[in-house]
Write a new protein. Sequence first.
Length: 294
Amino acid sequence: MANLSRQLRGRIRSVQNIRKITRTMELVATSKLKRAQDRVVAARPYAEALRETIADLVSPELAHEFPLLQTPVPPSKGGPTRAAVILVTSNRGQAGAFNSNLIKLARKRIEELESRGYTVDVYSVGRKGSAFFRYLKRPLAADRQDIGDKPTADHATSLVEQLIAEFAAGRLAGVDMVHAKFNSAISTPPVLTKVLPIDAPSGRSKIRPDYILQPGATEILESLLPLYVRNLVYRGLVETAAGENGARRTAMKNATDNATEVLQNLRTTYNKNRQAQITQELAEIVGGAAALGG
């Protein structure tokens, strides 16, 4: 019984140490989450204004002039045979099923494209996605582990600029991005965003604004359409960064709560064992005294 008490004390100390670690990680994730969430909120008004401007400028006549708005014909009809998938994951784990859900969605999209006859180039952002595809021995078109949880517009540009050029030249059939969507700290589902070809945003109303454009709509769209693509990728990066910290905070909070519950159970068991040990010792004392008195 004494040996059992020592084992329980050891387990209690171990669980206490684990709870300290998970609690600290929860606090760190909470601190990072606030900054990441601020970046998401700051990016949304600009993205919405950009979308509305393009919606007002694109007309059916102009749409035919821009390769980024054109959907290539399938490979069976002589179209490009390559497609690209950008997978955005985190560099670190301890975030529950966050990364595995992103990887699962990316694999599903890759299989869909391959079943339609495309050769898929995988562009991995984050160590977790890269490690998974290295485990499968699948070569990566890009392995970006330098972006981290503080992405910038320059990161997005360096990631997608070459893809824009290849799509415009007719060498790519499309570009998809798998990333997290930050709805809240506890809701960060994986989503698939079509980056290229661009789905021309619909106008805000049936009446087109009477703009006086200088230069013309064609020249403006030549600058805005690549900017729109880069902004899509940037938003995917910042939302995934925020989603990672939200998922990690939730996972560490659950781990801390579980450790607290385990600790309570261990302490209850230890106290019961200690009571039984004391009762046994008292019984032995009383029995010994009775024997001496008899």
